[in-house]
Design a protein around this ligand. Sequence first.
Ligand code: SME
Length: 162
Amino acid sequence: MHEIHLSHQDKALRYQELLPQIRFLIEDETDLTANLANVSAALKEAFGFFWVGFYMVREHECELVLGPFQGPVACTRIAYGRGVCGTAWKEGRSIIVDDVEQFPGHIACSSLSRSEIVVPLRSEDGSVIGVLDIDSTETGTFDEVDRRYLEMLCNIICESAK
Ligand code: SME
C-alpha cells in the first residue's frame, strides 16, 4: 500500500469520515491494547501511512515501549526526552517534523522515514500515557489538519479507556 496524497480539504474530509467510525469501533471495548491495534489498522487503511503506531509510557523505566503498530519493524524502547517521541512525551505536546534530518536526535527506525508527526496520548487526569507516532516516506507530509484531527482521535481513544 502506498501513501495517499490528499488536498487539505480532502484530508480533513477523510478524518471527518474516519473519526466517527473509529469511535464506534472502540467505544464498547475497554482493552486499550485492542483499541490501539484497531486504530493503527484504521489509520493505515485510510491514509496508507508508511508507519503508524503507538509507544506506551513505562514510567518506572522512564522510557517508551513499542505498542501496536502497522508498518516495518521498529525500535522497541525510547528514553524519556529522546527522539521525536520522547520529546513529545517530555514536553507534553504534539510535534510535526517536516524533515526528520533537521530534527536533532531523531531516531530513524527506518531510513525511508522522511517526515513525522507525534501526538501525546493522555489519561483521564491529563498525564501522558503514550504517543501516537506516524511516519511518511516524503518530507512535509503532516500539517495542522493532521495535528487537529489526530489530537481529537487521541481524545476518543482515552475516553474509551475510562
Ligand atoms: N522516529 C521516532 C522513533 C520511532 S520510529 O519512527 C517508529 C523518534 O524519533 O522518536
